[in-house]
Ligand binder design. Sequence first.
Ligand code: DOR
Ligand code: ZN
Length: 352
Amino acid sequence: MSNSPTQIQLIQPDDWHLHIRDGEVMKDVLADTARQFARAIIMPNLKPPVTTVDLAKAYQERIQANLNTLGITSFTPLMTLYLTDNTSADEVRKAKAAGIVGFKLYPAGATTNSDAGVSDLKHCYAALEAMQAVGMPLLVHGEVTHADIDIFDREAVFIDAVLEPLRKKFPELKIVFEHITTKQAAHYVRDAVTGGKNTIAATITPQHLLMNRNAIFAGGIRPHNYCLPVLKREEHRVALLEAATSGNSRFFLGTDSAPHAKGAKEAVCGCAGCYSAFNALGLYAEAFESVDKLDKLEGFASFFGPDFYSLPRNTKTITLVKQPQNIPAELPLGDATIVPLRAGETIAWSLV
Ligand code: DOR
Ligand code: ZN
C-alpha cells in the first residue's frame, strides 16, 4: 500500500459498541450502520433496560422486523444484557446458551439510562463468577460516578478503584474496557499482564480519535460533541490514536454511536452521545490517515473484534475512497431529526 492511497479495500468491519434505541427511531439509525458494518454489538440501555434473555430476544425480534422493513439481509445484531445488582448466575448461563455476546456494566448513574446500573460490584460476584466460568465477556463503562470526582478524572480513577481489583478477583474474566478516552486506559490495556490469555481489550470511538475537549467549547458550547466518557485533553487523544493504529489486537472498533434527537441535545440539560453512524468508517479512515497508518485500519476495524469475541471474521470486502462526503446538517429520526457528527462539514473518506 502506498503512503497516500486514494482507495482502500478492507474485509468488512463490525461495530463492537452501538446504540440503536427502540421504537420509531430504530430503523433510521439501523440503516446507517448496516450500510457499513456486517455486525454490531447492540447496547442494552433501553428504558427499561434489557436485563434478561427474554427481553433481549424480544429486542432482537424488533430489530429483525426493522431490518426486514428496510430490506436488509446482510446485517447481524449481536445482543447484550444489562448487568444489575440482581443478575443471577442462572441468567448468565441462560444467556450463554442463547448466544448473548456479553453483559454490560454501567455503574449506576454513569450515563444515559443507567439508573438501573450496578451500585456496588460486590452484588454481582455470583454473576461475574458464572461469566468467568462460561467465557461470557463483561463490557464495562469505565467511569466512577461519585460526585466528588472530577468528570475528566472519572475513567482514570475507575482503573484503580474498580477495574484492577475486578481483574485480580476474576483473572480469567474477559473484559472489554469500552470507549476508552485516556492515556491511562490505553496504557493499562496495552500493558495488562494476561498470561497469554485473551482477557482484556478496549474499544475506541471515532470522536475520541479525532477530537479533544476543546471541540466541546469551540466558539461556544457544542452539544453534538458531548458524549460520555467526555472528550479529554489532546495528550489523551494522541495516546488513543497511537493505541488504535499500533496493530495491537487488544484495541478494536466500537463507535458508541448514540442517537439523541436534536432537541434532546440542544437543551438546558443536553443528553450525552455523538451520532457517528452516518459515515463512521470515513471518520476512522481520516484518523488513521492522519498518522499515516491506513495499513493498520483493517486489523482494528475487521479482525481484532471478532478474534476477541471468538466469532468468525467476515469474508466480504468493502472499499473506501478518498472522496470528500458532505455530511447533512440533519437526518430524519422518527418524527424528529438528528444532527450527525460533523454535520454541515465534509469527511475525507467515504464508502463506495
Ligand atoms: O455518550 C454516551 N451516550 N455515552 C454512553 O455511555 C451512553 C450513550 C447513550 O446511550 O446515549
Ligand atoms: Zn455506549
